[in-house]
Design a protein around this ligand. Structure first.
Ligand code: SF4
Length: 192
């Protein structure tokens, strides 16, 4: 199975996260930086460190960065209460055993994110302008971009995501995209 170390998470986010995770990750990082004056760099407290010090599985790593953010923030007095609530609400309360597994695309797409909530499927929730800009940042060229936008107009969000995958990786994705983690592992495999 694919193993990545913590320092690789940023790089993996950049190369292999689907748009929904990418957006969430950017927002978490932004907030994280704001709260810690930009100096934290994921190592702000002992709670934030990988206890085993060895490579994490991909799923563990994903769970870890969510938890890392959560733990770091909980210690901070400046923690925005609303944000804490939204994280707690989505990822379970501190102290409880928590399932960090992300939802399937279907569930993400059918959910309606509240104001200031960065969860949800960007293909469904972003304005056309924001979506185009985000896709451009992922490296989607103009022609595939139009194909993606056409799927979005027809509300075929998972197909739009699949086409994005294909454009970014230059390879076909016959299985289609049905889970953010699946996108991630397909991407990691495609890049090997
Ligand atoms: Fe995420 Fe699925 Fe939407 Fe792609 S289709 S952005 S993986 S929720």
């Amino acid at each position: 199975s694919t193993e990545i170390s913590l320092k690789d998470i940023d790089q993996v986010a950049n190369s292999s996260f689907p748009l929904c995770m990418r957006h969430l990750f950017e927002k978490l990082r932004e907030t994280h930086h704001l709260k810690h004056g930009g100096g934290c760099n994921w190592g702000c407290s002992s709670r934030c460190r990988n206890p085993s010090g060895v490579g994490l599985s991909l799923d563990d790593a994903l769970a870890f960065w969510r938890r890392m953010f959560f733990d770091c923030q909980v210690g901070s007095e400046r923690f925005d209460k609303e944000y804490a609530y939204s994280i707690r609400h989505n990822y379970g309360k501190e102290g409880k055993r928590t399932d960090y597994t992300p939802y399937s695309c279907q569930k993400i797409i059918s959910s309606t994110p509240g104001t200031g909530d960065h969860h949800g499927c960007p293909y469904r929730n972003f304005s056309e302008e924001n979506l185009r800009a985000a896709l451009r940042r992922m490296g989607v060229g103009e022609r595939p971009m139009e194909e993606v936008m056409e799927r979005v107009r027809n509300r075929h969000y998972q197909l739009a995501c699949t086409l994005t995958f294909e454009a970014v990786h230059g390879t076909s994705c016959d299985s289609g995209v049905n889970h953010p983690n699946q996108y991630l592992s397909l991407s990691q495999r495609a890049m090997q």
